[in-house]
Structure formats: C-alpha cells, structure tokens
Design a protein around this ligand. Structure first.
Ligand SMILES: [Zn+2]
Length: 373
C-alpha cells in the first residue's frame, strides 16, 4: 500500500518509523475510548477517577498502544531482515501500522514466519499486560491501564489473524495454499478471493451491529471496506502475474520484422522508420542477426552526422541482449527486459530470429486477453 507524506518520528534497529496524518484520528479515537473504559473500570472498582485523570490515562494508553503497534510491525520487519528480505520503513496510519517489505518472500515457510511474527508479538504483549494487571490488583491506575492494553493487544492480534490477504492471517493462508499449489500467483489469487468474501461478511456484520445501536460496527465497516479493496487489488495483481506466467513470448511478440543493414547510414534508417513506424528493427549482416536498433537510438547522434554514421554505431549488439525463445514465459521476458535495461529483446525459434518482444507487445496482448475473458 502507498503511504505518502508521512512524518519521520525516529529509528529503531536501523528501521525508520513514520506517522501518516490519518493516524492522528485513530490516536484521538483510541484515547477517547480508553478514557471511557478507564472511567468504567474505576466505577467497577469503586475508585473515584477525576476527568483530568481519565484523560491522562486515555492518552497514556494510546501512547503505549502506539509503542505496541510499532513492536508488532518491528517483529515482521526483523524476521524479514533475518530471512534476507530487504525492508523499508514502518508507517503508522488510520488502520494501524504497516511495515514495508520490499520483496515478496521466496518460500511459503518464510512467508509464514514473517506473517506470524507480528500477531505473536501482540499476543505476547497481551499476556505481559495481563500479568502486570494481575500483579497490580492493589494499584487501580496501573491495573486499569494494563487491562486496557492487554485487551487492545489481544484484539490487535485477532484482527491481524483474520484470513483477509494482505493481512497477516491472509498471508498465512496464502502460504498454506502456496505450499500445495506450488505457485505464488495462484495462491495469491485464491487467498484474495477468500479474503474478499470474508471482508464482505465483515461489512454485513458491521452494518448489522450499527443498525442495532452497536456503534463500534461503523468502525468495523471501515476496516472491512479497506480489507475488501486491498483483497480486490491483490487479486487483480495476482491474475496479471498468473497470466504472465502462462503466456509464452511467442504469443506476445511483434512478428513483423523489418531488417536493417548494419552498414546503412542513419539517414536511410530514419526514412525506413518514417515509412514503417516500428519500435525495434533487427540489424543484419550477410543475413545473420547482429543487433537491435530503435528509432530513439538515433538521438545519440546529431542529425548533421547521420549521413556518415552507420546503424552499427548506435545499435545494441546481439552479444549484449539476453536470448529469449518463443517458449520463454512472458514473466521471464519482463524480468529480462528490466534487467538488461533495453526496450526490446529479440526472440528466436530454433536459432532463427522469429520476432521482437517489448513491454508494449506483452501488455497489449494481456489487455487483449483481459478484454476477451
Ligand atoms: Zn502484522
């Protein structure tokens, strides 16, 4: 998820902690809820609690919960780091926290370790505050505070364990499916469908609660809608990855090839481009493929020198282009394009040049398939 324009508040174990403005709203709401809970608990214990004390308790509880959410996200990040997965920062926003993990885990086992770390940290904190509450029976302030934090951390763990991808529970669910189907993209698609159903059920539950004067239901509706949108987005992304894994380069390349001789001057090449308007041209010498040239490559030479510069001077030589075959999966072709930093790659069929593939040819085929489906 994209969390922009956040304030940096500090750094723990080399990981930057930031706060998104929307977090202030949840901080205020939680302070208020904790204040109300503190007054209720004080009443039950028969202790007098002034308004000012309850405000202090509420804000203190919200600040400690903020630390607990950071601990939850930090657990994800530290496990990821131990597994060799690069991590970005931790951002707190309206619906809690998010640790940006810069790469998907490579195996289901890694994903389970990473996803489970956060809820386990929250459960451990719930147990810790529960223990403090037990020991602090004689001290109403500490008792109240630790009871609020024990229950908040417990709810936090349970909510994150909901099987709604990309939540922690959803990630665990995806990893389990992944270990059976052996394809991360297929597992993501399946987990996203389950998640969308669960999120939709939560919306219904929240609306029902709100209609029955349980106004916490409104909050549940917001969270569920957020989960629903995330599930739909990751499902869509997974279907694209899946289509790319299944599609072969032979089905998404440009087959119309207009060969250019490596000795022909750029003036001749430019007039060929004006007549044909293709993005990449195979360069040939004695009928053999020696490189690729694209119209944008001419930009490296001033037009006054075009007449005396051969195509050879601006082409990308075949030796610098990874070789793809018509059987290469489109997903591998995209990776090869990104890695080599060129716009187009040649595609071979039994050693013969059969076509040229680029991001445009792959995505236009994908759109065509999407329109057909
Ligand atoms: Zn988490």
């Amino acid at each position: 998820m994209v969390v922009r324009s956040s304030w940096r508040v500090g750094q723990i174990a080399g990981i930057e902690i930031a706060i998104h403005p929307s977090w202030l709203l949840i901080f205020a709401l939680f302070s208020y809820a904790a204040m109300t809970a503190a007054q209720m608990l004080a009443n039950q214990m028969g202790v007098a609690l002034s308004t000012r004390s309850s405000i202090v308790l509420g804000v203190l509880a919200a600040l400690l919960l903020f630390a607990c959410v950071v601990a939850h996200e930090l657990s994800h990040a530290l496990v990821a780091r131990r597994l060799g997965i690069p991590i970005g920062n931790i951002t707190l926003f309206l619906f809690g926290g998010v640790a940006s993990i810069l790469r998907e885990p490579g195996t289901p086992a890694d994903e389970i370790k990473m996803a489970a770390a956060g809820p386990l940290a929250s459960l451990a904190l719930a147990a810790l505050f529960g223990g403090v509450a037990y020991l602090a029976r004689g001290a109403p302030w500490i008792l109240t505070l630790s009871l609020i934090l024990a229950s908040s951390n417990f709810v936090l763990a349970l909510f994150n364990l909901l099987p709604a991808f990309p939540s922690d529970g959803g990630r665990i669910l995806r990893a389990i499916i992944w270990s059976f189907v052996k394809s991360q993209a297929r597992a993501t698609a399946a987990a996203s469908t389950v998640s969308a159903v669960i999120a939709a059920l939560l919306v219904v539950a929240g609306v029902t609660m709100a209609l029955n004067r349980m106004y916490n239901g409104i909050w549940l509706v917001f969270i569920a809608l957020f989960l629903l949108q995330a599930a739909i987005a990751s499902g869509r992304q997974a279907r694209v990855s899946l289509a790319l894994e299944r599609m072969r380069v032979g089905d998404c390349m440009a087959r119309t090839l207009i060969p250019v001789s490596e000795d022909s001057p750029l003036t001749a090449f430019v007039s060929t481009v004006q007549d044909t308007k293709t993005t990449a041209y195979p360069v040939v010498e004695n009928g053999a493929f020696v490189g690729l040239v694209s119209p944008r490559d001419t930009g490296a030479v001033p037009p006054m020198l075009w007449a005396q510069t051969p195509v050879r001077a601006i082409m990308t030589p075949a030796s610098r282009l990874p070789s793809l075959t018509v059987e290469t999966p489109a997903s591998d072709a995209l990776a090869a394009l990104a890695k080599s930093g060129v716009k187009s790659l040649p595609v071979f069929d039994n050693g013969e040049l059969a076509g040229v593939v680029s991001e445009e040819t792959i995505f236009s085929k994908l759109r065509e398939q999407g329109a057909a489906a």
